[in-house]
Write a protein that binds this ligand. Structure first.
Ligand SMILES: Nc1ncnc2c1ncn2[C@@H]1O[C@H](COP(=O)(O)OP(=O)(O)O)[C@@H](O)[C@H]1O
Ligand SMILES: [Mg+2]
Length: 376
């Protein structure tokens, strides 16, 4: 039974068989009931003819009686066969209609649902019964619909978030310009500098958004090849050392003695490291420590960037990689963070076949960002 329910081909085959059986049964039952009465009628007709014309009328030999007998039998059989044919056709028609409806109905429901979705009703779903191919199709259809619903919700939220993010620096620029026009703000170097800073922030935000849209739509091309980890670490240290020195934060590295090769895109991995180091620098007060560690694991290289900074409260840890998510909105924004750096980093790591996570013992207890890349 369950095999029957889970295979459309079996269902169709059995349906055809059922229609044939129903038709055959209709023929059998009809002929069974109609043949005797038709035969009796024809016999009676013959009898009347015989009696009217004498038992053995002229020209009627024994052969003639048998021929009449046979003809009458044939006529009565044909008559009942005709009725049976009509009956079987009618029953077959009804049965085929009912059976095909039961198969077509779910397809029709899906057709209607897809039309509703195309019109923008993303909450549309089709009911699920059984386990055959059509039900599996319905399940996939529902899955697709809920994914579309999620994408749509994400798109709406994104537009809202972007509008909000753009408004903040624009409001500042507008405020300064108005202050200048009204003479409230002095036409001094400082005022122009403030406007420039805000414009710069806007620029950075737009660049980040562009990068985010590229990584989210997987439009970046990765140039995956074996990369020497110690060279990666050296390059990123060289790039960032000055900023660490400036803030008087110690940057230490810890690498295994044996060289490690990872299968990765060098530039993208540098981008991830720069991003994580940039955050460590930003969220660690002066005099703190940041360590960069690489360890070899079974199939991956594990990179850890640990700081002694402000830490991340447990309730925020799960959201830290969401776009525009910041633990402390005002502080982060004041430092020019757009809240998408970690989102981009996560996409980049995952696109290279790795994983990334954040750890923190709590506020002011420092944080660690750990990501993996496949070994080369
Ligand atoms: N090393 C860190 N220490 C503490 N908090 C961090 C650290 N890195 C990231 N965060 C938190 O995660 C948020 C998101 O980081 P990110 O995506 O880089 O955005 P941004 O730095 O632009 O604010 C930050 O706003 C901050 O609250
Ligand atoms: Mg950042």
């Amino acid at each position: 039974m369950s095999y029957f329910r889970s295979h459309l081909s079996v269902k169709l085959f059995v349906s055809y068989l059922l229609v044939i059986l129903i038709g055959m049964s209709a023929i059998w039952i009809t002929t069974r009931f109609t043949t005797p009465s038709a035969y009796a009628r024809h016999l009676q007709f013959m009898e009347e003819q015989m009696l009217g014309g004498g038992m053995m009328g002229p020209g009627h030999g024994r052969r003639g009686v048998l021929a009449d007998f046979y003809r009458n039998y044939q006529t009565s059989f044909n008559e009942s066969l005709f009725i049976a044919f009509v009956m079987a056709s009618a029953v077959g028609l009804v049965a085929s209609y009912a059976l095909s409806q039961s198969i077509i109905a779910p397809v029709q429901r899906m057709k209607n649902a897809s039309r509703r979705i195309a019109e923008g009703h993303y909450d549309e779903r089709v009911p699920l019964h059984g386990a055959d191919e059509l039900s599996q199709l319905a399940a996939s259809f529902n899955q697709m619909a809920s994914q579309l619903e999620q994408v749509e919700a994400m798109r709406r939220r994104l537009i809202g978030d972007v509008a909000h993010e753009l408004r903040t620096p624009l409001t500042a620029i507008k405020g300064s310009a108005e202050g200048l026009m009204d003479g409230v703000l002095p036409a001094a170097r400082e005022t122009y500098q403030q406007i420039h800073i805000e414009a710069e922030r806007l620029n950075r935000l737009i660049n980040d958004l562009q990068e985010l849209s590229r990584v989210e739509s997987k439009a970046i091309e990765l140039d995956i090849r074996p990369v020497d980890v110690s060279r990666l670490i050296q390059t990123v240290t060289k790039r960032m050392q000055f900023q660490f020195d400036e803030k008087r934060i110690t940057l230490t590295r810890s690498l295994p003695r044996d060289p490690i090769l990872v299968l990765a895109d060098e530039d993208r991995t540098l981008q991830v490291l720069t991003n994580l180091l940039g955050n460590a620098l930003q969220y660690t007060p002066e005099g703190g420590n940041v360590t960069m560690t690489v360890e070899r694991e079974k199939h991956t290289a594990k990179f850890t960037i640990r700081d002694t900074g402000v830490g991340i409260p447990a309730e925020h840890l799960a959201h830290i990689f969401d776009r525009f998510y910041r633990v402390d909105k005002s502080r982060s924004r004041a430092h020019g963070g757009s809240g998408v750096g970690l989102t981009i980093a996560k996409h980049l790591v995952e696109a290279q076949g790795g994983k990334i996570r954040a750890e923190s013992a709590g506020e002011n207890k420092g944080s660690a960002f750990v990501f993996t890349l496949p070994l080369g």
